[in-house]
Ligand binder design. Structure first.
Ligand code: FAD
Length: 654
């Protein structure tokens, strides 16, 4: 004989607007084993919680059903209420009469009947629920941050400055990410390097940050609080401990190839660092263009290196690190406009991308900050920016990339500052100036004579004689098709998910949103969490963002990771599957269906059995369904409980 209390929430008019809550309460009060049923306007409010708490104590309730919203919203709230009243929190069931009844039906009578069915099932279940005790696991109090753009840098510094250790892994030879490629930043026009490099140096000097550059995470295993990462530290072709970063090798290297970092607007050597303030300031030998490695000739870098650091034969190293939480900060790729053939990128030399222009405008870039035409090195006098290239486009990406309007305005203003006589046009659909100070920045551009042309660009072609690019566009303000001959066109390319992001996605079991970026656990309430416990997202890996939003999110991810690793032990849900090893024959069907990798097949003396790692199991129950001889059971979701719930709603046992 159990003593069940049922609490029915009005949720304002969310439930009570469609469900006859008073009538329902009277019917529920008559159900078997229900010793009291009460309704209240907002059960999740403090008075609502007090009501339940007092009844547990004064009326000796030994099980509770709350009929309210989705368990995702308030199950934990009510569990805490039970615990605070001295009742096992797993003797609680939620009947979701909001999302599953009042929000999805209109007919009051039928909706009330459905709510009653849902409550009957919850009563049938709670009657048979077993009290469970939370499990605990030790936590490794370190965080792995993957990617060292501004997002990864900020997250790492925040965690380290609070006093916890960080393992920061960056794929490229230096930290800094895309922000290091930018000249100045909107809307304040402060130089990117001036605000980024102090943070880069701080990372390199922080004893709590173990930095791996030119490295990649190859494997991650484990679970929240207890992950293990295998890191490949790629060979730079030299002994890093000997290199002093003097730069002589780069100076003397005879080979020059197009620089990826400069977006092919300049050249680099076969042994090179990305930029003067690179962290660490240690070069890499590009094995594909090094004459010694490809042809056995040259060897100049080895001859001139005063430290004797060059080692062409050096191989990759593998390192294992244990961590308690992971932050993914792997950033974005710029959209490749080659696929938008109508814009002629890659065909006409004077059509470039926004990122290429950033490199030209950069004081340490290939032209030392002077914007020149790629075809002849002349200073362009008539320049147009084409907005939404690869964004807000049914044929490319539907989403807005959120930075292109502002970076085009920024670069237009910078060019105008250098060459006030130049004529600058921005072709746009509409200008998105949503951030702090952005609208004022847009106004400043208009006041400085930058011409905003409203309408999508239909095509860019080359004028036969002058070889100048010409924009043909539908001017929606004038209501006519216009043609505009220019010296140079800049395509404001949007942000897309990194081409290699699927590797990280698979390794960590992350989900991707329809736009391809990593998906957060909840768009509004858990924007930095993922559905994998202990794994968080920072920066543009989660979606297009400018630097202020990236930094804000990076700080959020740091706080998420700290919440995990600041505890020495972690409470784990006991609502998991368990194997009856006497029945199990180790067929492995359960292992095949487990999406979380929680099951392993172990060999005992005479036979094999499945073992479930309680820290990884999420209690989804897929293994219990797949098990052909019923040797796996999901706690509090056994077959007999399910049948009792069916009986309750179909008019059986209750
Ligand atoms: C043309 C252009 C101009 C811009 N101008 C401005 C501006 O003026 N102001 C502004 O606020 N914003 C601007 N932005 C936006 C700004 O660049 C981004 O907000 C910022 O760079 C995002 O930082 P992030 O750390 O998220 O990503 P990223 O900068 O992309 O950094 C990600 C890092 O992760 C590393 N990585 C990737 N995969 C792995 C892996 N598997 N393992 C290890 N490491 C990995 C990458 O090498 C990189 O270092 C501009 C963007 C563009 C395209």
């Amino acid at each position: 004989m159990t003593n069940i209390g049922v609490y029915i929430c009005h949720c304002g008019t969310n439930i009570a607007g469609v469900v006859d809550v008073e009538g329902l309460t009277q019917k529920v009060a008559k159900l078997k084993d229900v010793s009291l049923a009460k309704d209240y306007k907002y059960m999740c409010s403090e008075p609502g919680q007090d009501l339940i708490r007092e009844d547990i104590k004064n009326r000796n309730l030994d099980r509770v059903v709350v009929a309210a919203c989705s368990p995702r919203m308030h199950e934990n709230t009510y569990k805490k209420v039970l615990a605070s009243a001295g009742l096992n929190p797993f003797l609680l069931e939620i009947a979701n009469i909001r999302e599953q009844a009042s929000w999805v039906h209109l007919d009051k009578e039928k909706t009330t009947d459905k709510a009653l069915d849902l409550i009957k099932m919850a009563v049938a279940k709670v009657r048979m629920d077993e009290p469970l005790t939370s499990l605990s696991a030790n936590v490794i109090q370190r965080v792995l941050v993957i990617g060292a753009g501004i997002a990864g840098i900020q997250t790492s510094l925040d965690i380290a400055n609070i006093g916890f250790d960080v393992v920061l892994v960056e794929k490229e030879q230096s930290i800094g990410g895309r922000m290091s490629q930018l000249g100045k930043t909107f809307p304040t026009l402060d130089c990117s390097a001036c605000i980024l490099t102090p943070k880069m140096v701080e990372v390199s000097l922080n004893p709590r940050i173990k930095l791996f550059t030119y490295s990649e995470v190859e494997e991650i295993s484990g679970f929240i609080g207890n992950f293990k990462a295998k890191i490949r530290k790629k060979s730079r072709g030299l002994d890093e401990s000997l290199c002093t970063g003097c730069g002589l090798c780069q100076e003397k290297c005879p080979t020059k190839v197009p620089s990826e970092y400069d977006e092919k607007m300049g050249k680099r050597k076969a042994i090179y660092t990305l930029f003067p303030q690179a962290v660490p300031n240690i070069p890499v030998i590009d094995r594909a263009s090094c004459l010694y490695i490809t042809k056995g000739k040259c060897g100049v870098c080895k001859k001139v290196c005063p430290a004797g650091a060059i080692d062409y034969e050096r191989t990759d190293e593998f390192i294992e690190e244990e961590i308690g939480a992971v932050v993914v900060a792997t950033g974005f790729d710029p959209f490749d406009p080659v696929s938008k053939e109508e814009y002629g990128f890659g065909i006409y030399r004077n059509v470039i991308t926004g990122l290429q222009l950033e490199r030209l405008l950069h004081a340490a870039g290939p032209t030392k900050g002077e914007v020149v035409r790629p075809s002849d090195g002349a200073i362009p006098k008539r320049i147009a920016f084409v907005q939404c290239v690869g964004s807000r486009d049914e044929h490319a990406n539907k989403y807005c990339s959120r930075v292109c309007c502002m970076y085009a305005i920024k670069n237009a203003l910078l060019i105008k500052e250098h060459h006030p006589e130049s004529e600058i046009f921005i072709y746009y659909i509409d200008i998105r100036a949503f951030g702090k100070g952005y609208e004022e920045f847009y106004k400043r551009a208009q006041e400085n004579g930058i011409k905003f042309m409203r309408g999508r660009v239909a095509e860019i072609f080359e004028e036969q004689k002058s070889r100048n690019p010409v924009i043909r566009a539908d001017d929606t303000l004038l209501g006519m098709v216009t043609e505009n001959e220019l010296d140079m066109v800049v395509l404001s390319v949007g942000m897309i998910p990194r081409s290699d992001s699927s590797k990280i996605q698979k390794m960590l079991g992350l989900a991707a949103s329809p736009d391809g970026f990593f998906m957060e656990a909840h768009a509004k309430l858990r924007p930095v969490d993922t559905l994998v416990d202990g794994v968080f997202l920072a920066g543009t890996a989660q979606g297009p963002k400018d630097i202020p939003d990236t930094v804000a999110q990076a700080k959020g991810a740091a706080s998420g990771a700290l919440e995990v690793i600041s505890h020495k032990t972690l409470q784990l849900s006991p609502l998991i599957s368990e194997v009856d090893e006497r029945l199990c024959r180790g067929c492995g069907d359960c292992k095949d269906v487990c999406e979380y990798g929680a099951i392993e097949i172990v060999t005992l003396d005479t036979h094999k059995v499945a073992r479930i790692n309680p820290a990884i199991c999420k209690g989804c129950g897929a293994c219990a369904v797949a098990c052909c001889n019923g040797s796996i059971k999901l706690r509090n979701y056994t077959d007999s409980i399910t049948f009792a719930m069916l009986d309750a709603t179909l008019g059986g046992a209750v």
